[in-house]
Design a binder for this molecule. Structure first.
Ligand code: SF4
Length: 307
């Protein structure tokens, strides 16, 4: 759920893989805590303190402050406060929230989300068994309830809604789903629809991307009225210049654990330069490593991420 907003400062509100879903395509990895319980998983004060430090470093204001992280940001019960305080620090920077929309059934969550300028919900299927297969939500979340929450939010929210639909081959690319989402998009009238597919392995082996023809067909079908639909691969890895490699590596690792090879591919960077950057960052304690069945994954430690 990222890469759709230009240069962005990301805020991780969870501090771990905590989510109300365990999507088969998740690039962050398998959800550690599958929950619908709202809590200050990372206190707003800690996030704002880090954000204030980032600002003090005198860098240019970002194009966007984006709430996301290693799971579902709406699970953080202090999300509203984070948005308010982020806006105070960067009054000219829009605030965006990447969400799986599952908690939008809660009016309090909608009130907090409405403090943002842009909300980027995902909704991959309105067919119940497809939704269950692709998103593997925690008990009690149904696609119909998520859709109703989104429609209620549309009425209450004055900002922009960019809907994302991720397609996995043979799971949620059915005509039935397309028909239901088409009707839903007419009612929701999002400002944009992004139809995407996987570009890296998800958490479940054998889950495959759809091909370009399917993406194009869905885009055309979902284009309606003033709502532009766009297809893209769900990758946020952009080519980085060699001198930017360490910063790019740090930013990328703050978002998800990756091996050196995965990083090099995602950043379109020289693997040797990536390896050197990773070693330097680990020495400085800015990232940590873990061995996962013989593969070494690296991950950042902070809650404010430039990307
Ligand atoms: S909602 Fe997002 S963070 Fe949560 S499991 Fe799905 S892809 Fe991963």
């Amino acid at each position: 759920m990222s890469g759709r907003l230009g240069r962005s400062l990301g805020l991780d509100l969870l501090g771990g893989r905590i989510c109300s879903m365990d999507c088969v395509y998740c690039e962050v990895g398998a959800t550690r805590d599958l929950t619908c319980e709202r809590k200050p998983y990372v206190p707003a004060a800690d996030i704002i303190e880090e954000l204030a430090r980032w600002k003090e470093e005198g860098l240019n204001d970002p194009d966007m402050v984006t709430l996301g992280g290693l799971g579902e940001p709406c699970l953080n019960s202090e999300m509203g406060l984070v948005i308010i305080e982020a806006r105070k620090l960067f009054p000219n920077t829009p605030v965006a929230v990447l969400t799986n929309a599952s908690l939008m059934t809660d009016p309090e969550v909608r009130r907090e989300l409405a403090l943002a300028d842009v909300v980027l919900p995902s909704l991959d299927s309105l067919v119940p068994d497809e939704f269950a297969k692709v998103n593997r939500p925690c008990k009690g979340i149904s696609p119909a309830a998520v859709a109703d929450g989104l429609l209620a939010f549309r009425k209450e929210f004055k900002g922009k809604i960019f809907l994302e639909i991720l397609l996995a081959e043979g799971i949620n690319d059915s005509d039935e789903n397309l028909g239901r989402l088409k009707d839903f998009c007419k009612r929701l009238a999002p400002d944009r629809v992004d139809v995407v597919t996987l570009t890296r392995p998800g958490t479940v082996k054998g889950v495959r991307p759809v091909d370009g023809a399917v993406l194009s067909r869905w885009r055309l079908a979902l284009e309606s009225g003033d709502t532009p639909a766009a297809t893209r691969q769900a990758s946020d890895g952009k080519a980085m210049s060699t001198e930017r490699t360490p910063a790019a590596v740090a930013a990328s690792l703050s978002r998800r654990p990756q091996t050196v090879a995965q990083l090099a591919q995602a950043l379109n960077a020289d693997p040797e330069k990536v390896r050197q950057a990773v070693e330097a960052l680990e020495k400085r304690g800015e990232i940590i490593s873990r061995d996962d069945q013989g593969e070494i994954f690296y991950h950042g430690t902070g809650h404010v991420i430039e990307y």
